[in-house]
Design a protein around this ligand. Structure first.
Ligand SMILES: [Zn+2]
Length: 61
């Protein structure tokens, strides 16, 4: 089970296999056109927890 952050806290558990159907049927405004995909079909994941310096080591080689 996964948690749907858009549902009320007392009724927000959804089977992981059906989370996309849940979003599409229950939260169509938020679902929009569905999850973003890369050209190869992989899901686009947006990680807002990292900073550019985490990858570039602050510009030091
Ligand atoms: Zn929901």
């Amino acid at each position: 089970m996964v948690t749907c952050n858009l549902c009320p806290p007392d009724d927000n558990h959804v089977h992981a296999d059906s989370i996309l159907d849940h979003l599409r049927l229950m939260h169509p405004d938020e679902y929009g056109d569905g999850p973003a995909r890369w050209p190869d079909g992989g899901n686009v994941v947006v990680d807002t927890t990292i900073e550019p310096d985490d990858i570039t080591n602050g510009g030091q080689q």
